[in-house]
Design a protein around this ligand. Structure first.
Ligand code: SAM
Ligand code: SF4
Length: 419
């Protein structure tokens, strides 16, 4: 039986789709990438922004059309939107066969297998056992923070940290099957705590795995980025010098309304601490524009923060009201056109900064883990997460770390030679 998984949303969703795909492949189901080849079409949804939900609705609509020609095709909708709008999805799309919300993640595979009349499979896989160099594993699910704009705590529930022994054994398995880099994922990854094991000790233990070259993690909430963790990033050779630290806004008034529990000054002090301990740290962030009540002055504070901090990269989102959240009871008073304007100003500024940063890397040498080989080009990444392309005729470099001299930059990408 052939299945296709379409994923909407963040890196965590991509990782969960990979894990699900691993479970289904273990059973003998074959993953395809062309929708017309699939017997089972699985859509992994996201509820974080209204746009993501609209995208899912239109995808299901298109798949329904396809099912008219191929009535035996099974349509399965999973993830956050399935959790939040399961009943609505079933009512509106009669041909959807199965809806599984994100709180039932542990039963995903079993339910799919039952629907397809297949035999039992191993339902305990947390990560994808592919042959890829870089893998990911979700170590903590849900979130307790209740930022006023965010639907995650409602659709994913309370924070649950997974058993450290299971995580370690999964990571060992990944390394045995060729992984060189592992990314630990969670909405608030550094609040991980299982019994007496906290995030810092978990990272230390994973780094002991022989054969693992690099470890990354995201997302970090500023209030949980402890001195211990900063020291660990500074001293543990395998931990990449990259921190994704969502700022959301540079205005204290907006941060308070967002219930982020820090001020801009606190955030800036964290950045300074990171940079003083780890000179080559790469810092990326998330920004929301057009939050209720965000004035031009608030927005300018965010823009100034961007210029002052000089982020290595960022994701910027236009605020959209999400049901049940505290902000949904505020007046969504920044007009869409204004949100779009602010969004594009932030994006332009970020691209300018990014081009300056990549240009400043030209002529220098960086450690690069080679992840892929395509059309005589090796693709790799620096510890800071920048993509590097290297001309080569051999794929034997894949999975190894090399010193690469950067000879050229284009927008966000770097080109270089192994030295
Ligand atoms: N847990 C992470 C944190 O707080 O740092 C972020 C996870 S959230 C799924 C990813 C990003 O989506 C957030 O950092 C925020 O910028 C954005 N986001 C969340 N809710 C949003 C909303 N209602 N409108 C626009 N952007 C939103
Ligand atoms: Fe949402 Fe805030 Fe939790 Fe991130 S920390 S998932 S933004 S509630």
């Amino acid at each position: 039986m052939k299945y296709l998984i379409e994923t909407i949303g963040c890196q965590m969703n991509v990782c969960e789709s990979d894990a699900l795909s691993n479970m289904l492949s273990n059973y003998g189901m074959l993953q395809v990438h062309n929708i017309v080849d699939a017997d089972v079409i699985i859509l992994n949804t996201c509820s974080v922004r209204a746009q993501a939900e609209q995208k899912a609705f239109s995808y299901i609509g298109r798949v329904e059309e396809l099912k008219k020609q191929k009535p035996n095709v099974k349509i399965i909708v999973i993830g956050c939107m399935a959790e939040r709008l399961g009943i609505k999805i079933r009512k509106r799309f009669k041909s959807v066969d199965l809806v599984i919300g994100s709180k039932n993640i542990n039963n995903f595979a079993l339910k799919i297998v039952n629907l397809c009349n297949l035999a039992k499979i191993d339902n305990n896989i947390l990560s994808k056992k592919s042959t890829e160099v870089g893998r990911c594993i979700t170590i903590i699910r849900g979130c307790n923070n209740f930022c006023s704009y965010c639907v995650v705590p409602f659709v994913r529930g309370q924070e649950v940290s997974l058993d450290n022994k299971i995580i370690i054994s999964e990571c060992e398995e990944m390394v045995k099957s060729g992984a060189k880099e592992i990314m630990l994922l969670g909405q608030n990854v550094n609040s991980y705590k299982h019994g007496t094991v906290d995030f810092v000790s978990l990272v230390r233990d994973i780094c002991k795995i022989d054969g693992l070259e690099r470890l990354r993690f995201m997302t970090n909430h500023p209030k949980n980025l402890s001195d211990d963790l900063i020291n660990l990033i500074a001293t543990e050779k395998k931990v990449c010098h990259h921190v994704h630290l969502p700022m959301q806004s540079g205005s204290n008034k907006v941060l308070k309304e967002m219930n982020r529990n820090y001020t801009y000054e606190y955030y800036l002090a964290l950045i300074n601490k990171l940079r003083s301990k780890i000179a080559d740290i790469s810092i990326t962030t998330d920004i929301i524009v057009g939050f209720p009540g965000e004035t031009e002055k608030d927005f300018n504070n965010t823009l100034k923060a961007l210029k002052d901090i000089f982020f290595d990269g960022l994701y910027v989102f236009r605020y959209s009201s999400r049901p049940n959240t505290r902000a949904s009871r505020m007046v969504d008073d920044v007009p869409l056109e204004e949100k779009k304007r602010r969004h594009s100003i932030i994006l332009n500024e970020s691209n300018k900064i990014s081009s300056e940063i990549v240009l400043s890397m030209v002529g220098k040498t960086f450690e690069v883990l080679v992840e892929n080989f395509k059309s005589n080009i090796l693709e790799g990444r620096t510890g800071g997460g920048r993509k590097v392309f290297i001309k080569s005729t051999s794929k034997d470099y894949v999975g190894k770390v090399f010193n690469v001299h950067i000879s050229e930059s284009k927008i966000n990408s770097l080109f270089g030679n192994i030295v």
